[in-house]
Design a protein around this ligand. Sequence first.
Ligand code: SF4
Length: 199
Amino acid sequence: MNMELSRRAFLRTSGAGLAGTTLGAMGFGEAEAATAAYIKPFHLANTTETRNTCTYCSVACGIIIYSKGDLKKGEKAEIVHIEGDADHPTNRGTLCPKGAALRDIVHSAQRLQYPMLRKAGSDSFERISWDVALDKIARAMKDDRDANFIAKNADGTTVNRWLSTGFLAASATTNETAFATYKVVRSTGMLAFDNQARV
Ligand code: SF4
């Protein structure tokens, strides 16, 4: 038996089977069939399971996102349920209240889904593309570093510091991404470097 594959399916079907079998043993044969018929169209049936990581903190709990809609058929995927991943070594299926409410952040009207820019003098934000956003960030970083980079201190010792810009990294990343982020940020000389998980 493939334990990796069958664990959740086992729990799902064994729950149905247990309820039905127990009722059957008590002489409620029709109730057993009714229970099975009720459970069959359960809201997770025919959904696509996608593994991911909780976005909130550095514990990085494993989650499973259940969605309806077949992308291969051009349908729009709709997330209908999110729960802890029972096979994930960090949380083994559990989620804290924030993680348990993850589906709400997905469907929240306040959710930020793309880069927004508030131009100087404006009182509102407008949507911009990722290309525009990244170009603007890169330009601002380069200009600031060129203007404020400190190569040597007052004693003439090489320090290579960039103190006028900070970097806030995300916590829902892999070790490899975190390592690469650290190297890039530190290689610029930036000292103010923190993580979303501490905010
Ligand atoms: S479920 Fe809670 S503890 Fe786990 S990563 Fe999300 S916020 Fe952190």
